[in-house]
Design a protein around this ligand. Structure first.
Ligand SMILES: Nc1ncnc2c1ncn2[C@@H]1O[C@H](COP(=O)(O)OP(=O)(O)OP(=O)(O)O)[C@@H](O)[C@H]1O
Length: 574
């Protein structure tokens, strides 16, 4: 396979291989076009890809029409004492999942203090974990020791599936619902290969490579810092300097100093800052073995195209070659790099991209590992939001799979001027203690906080206009339980891990089902119970019904009166 980089149009760059073209441009999101159809980039391929993204089912794996499920990691699971545990997904296979506690949040009524909130620990649904242990997955003993010290003893399903596949050096796309442990699903196999906790067999090779061996890219500073803390936790205090954050909003020269002084093996950052420091020649990633794009569907969106292009081109590039030289061209320069793409929502465009960048790329989900080549282009929807009459297409399975199984979904209607009151009544009725309320814009956040505070409910706002320090302080205080409600915008919709969050509220409706899934995923983390309530105007109720169809989950109409949630008679859920 040969890769060509070319200027094909003003502001449009194309990476073309014998199988595919990767197009980046001002008016084009990243797209992979199959060359057999690409005689002119081509309309058929273009339309195919367009159909996927316009289908109103951005959530996606639903549309992938997986042809064969090769269970690469079909290991005999060793049952634990007490017999094998049902999977978290067993409900969809007709097996009732183990209940942790009643889904009726109201039924657990108690006299909890209103504010400041006393945080109670939410229980983790143990069914989430498959039967295997970290030992079974072949992680090195030093790493397992560290995990145990941090109280991590069993892998989640997606970790059980991902770790062996990444260890076999496949390029992977990891898709699993929010809060299912995807971060460790890629960090653990990486830390098995690099750094102080790696496999004994690799110790001898330690000095052959130098410099940064893994680059993790995340779309927001908050998510970047969260990943850094996860790596630091595993490396331990003595070695935590081996991970360096390169997020925007922080002092760049201090980051560059730290790179020089600490010689990290892993950097985690946002696309802009990573590419900025790389362009300045201060970030040497030529020997990099792993490139991770966390929340890949967002990273490959139009907004990040230039920075992502640079990162994809430079990370894992072997020293001594230039973009135009080398017998095998740019692809060979990347041949050392393992690319790991991660999200709860994987559109087909990501599958296309992964096929062209990867070596034997596979799609890893909690229960299956599927070669990407076996995934065909999804059929288009009949019209926007109207699913194909084929029953396989009528329920968006991918959307279902992006949502934690332990969530309850509701919507209620309210006049715009009464939404904050409805929000307050909803929190009381559900006795929620740690609440994230989403809006679509930044400006009204302050007003909502003001109104909640005026009614005695501790609330704080979080958005991108706040400085880095202010953002991390807000998050720290919210996580510590100093505020009951975090009022925020899309900034917090992806990746944010506040395990105790038991209620997500949409004060403005999300723009589509992908956004709904990521917002909803801030609660119900790791099998915990959680509720999502969307508060909309009467005229918007049809959007909720449409979303319910696309997501394939019951989103029940309700209202909140006399301190109770009243769930209305369910309408038909298709
Ligand atoms: N094996 C494990 N045992 C116990 N806790 C775990 C395990 N793996 C992950 N966790 C915890 O589960 C929580 C959710 O993990 P993580 O943030 O990686 O989920 P995610 O799938 O990446 O979610 P999202 O899609 O929202 O980014 C975190 O608090 C993490 O520390």
């Amino acid at each position: 396979m040969r890769l060509i980089i070319g200027q094909v149009h003003r502001n449009v760059l194309a990476l073309a291989s014998s199988r595919s073209c990767f197009v980046v441009g001002d008016h084009l999101p990243f797209r992979m076009l199959s060359l057999p159809r690409a005689a002119g980039f081509h309309q058929s391929a273009w339309r195919g890809s367009q159909a996927v993204e316009d289908s109103g089912s951005a959530l996606t794996l639903a549309n992938l029409e997986v042809q064969s499920k090769a269970d690469y990691v079909k290991k005999e699971r060793v049952p634990r004492t007490g017999g094998p545990r049902p999977s978290s997904r067993d409900s969809s296979f007709g097996v009732k999942p183990k209940k942790v506690y009643s889904p009726n949040l109201k039924s657990a009524k108690s006299d909890l203090p209103k504010s400041p909130v006393v945080k109670k620990k939410l229980k983790i649904d143990e069914a989430l974990f498959s039967a295997s242990s970290f030992e079974e997955l072949g992680l090195p003993p030093l790493l397992i020791d560290r995990l145990n010290k941090e109280g991590l003893t069993s892998p989640t399903e997606v970790q059980s599936a991902s770790i062996p596949v990444i260890s076999q050096r496949h390029d992977v796309v990891i898709q699993s619902y929010t809060g299912s442990g995807k971060t460790l699903a890629y960090l653990l196999p990486i830390l098995s290969e690099i750094g102080p906790l790696k496999r004994a067999g690799q110790q001898g090779n330690s000095d052959k490579r130098s410099g940064i061996e893994a680059v993790v890219v995340a779309p927001s500073r908050e998510l970047g810092m969260q990943i850094v803390r996860e790596v630091e936790k595993i490396l331990g205090s003595d070695d935590k300097r081996l991970v360096q954050q390169l997020v925007g909003g922080a002092n760049r020269s201090r980051q560059e100093e730290a790179l020089k002084k600490n010689k990290p093996i892993i950097v985690v950052g946002t696309p802009g800052r990573i590419s900025e420091i790389s362009a300045a020649g201060k970030l040497q990633t030529h020997n990099c073995r792993f490139l991770v794009l966390d929340e890949v569907d967002q990273l490959l969106s139009f907004n990040y195209r230039e920075d992502m292009h640079r990162i994809l081109e430079h990370v894992g590039r072997r020293s001594g070659t230039s973009s135009s030289s080398g017998i095998l061209g740019p692809l060979a320069r990347r041949s050392e790099r393992q690319t790991i793409l991660v999200s709860a929502t994987i559109p087909f465009s990501v599958i296309r991209a992964a096929r062209s960048w990867g070596h034997d790329p596979v799609l890893v989900r909690a229960k299956s590992v599927v070669p990407l080549d076996s995934i065909s282009v999804p059929r288009p929807m009949l019209s926007q939001g109207e699913p194909n009459s084929d029953p396989a297409m009528s329920v968006n399975q991918a959307a279902v799979d992006s949502l934690p199984p332990s969530l309850d979904h509701y919507y209620c209607t309210s006049k715009a001027q009464h939404k904050v009151d409805t929000l307050r009544r909803c929190i009381h009725a559900l006795e929620a203690q740690t609440v994230i309320a989403f809006m679509n814009n930044t400006k009204p956040l302050k007003d909502v906080v003001f109104k909640l505070e005026a009614r005695g409910m501790k609330a704080i706002e979080l958005h991108g206009d706040l400085g880095k320090l202010a953002r991390s302080t807000v998050l720290k205080k919210f996580k510590a339980g100093e505020f009951r409600v975090l009022v925020t915008n899309e900034l917090s919709a992806r990746g944010l891990d506040v395990p105790e969050c038991d209620l997500v509220i949409n004060l403005d409706l999300p723009t589509d089902s992908t956004h709904y899934a990521h917002r909803a995923g801030r609660t119900g983390r790791l099998g915990r119970k959680g509720a999502v309530v969307s508060i909309c105007e009467e005229s918007e109720a049809f959007i909720m019904r449409k979303m319910r169809k696309q997501l394939g989950v019951p989103i029940k109409p309700c209202d909140f009166t006399e301190g109770q949630i009243n769930v209305h008679k369910e309408e038909d859920v298709e």
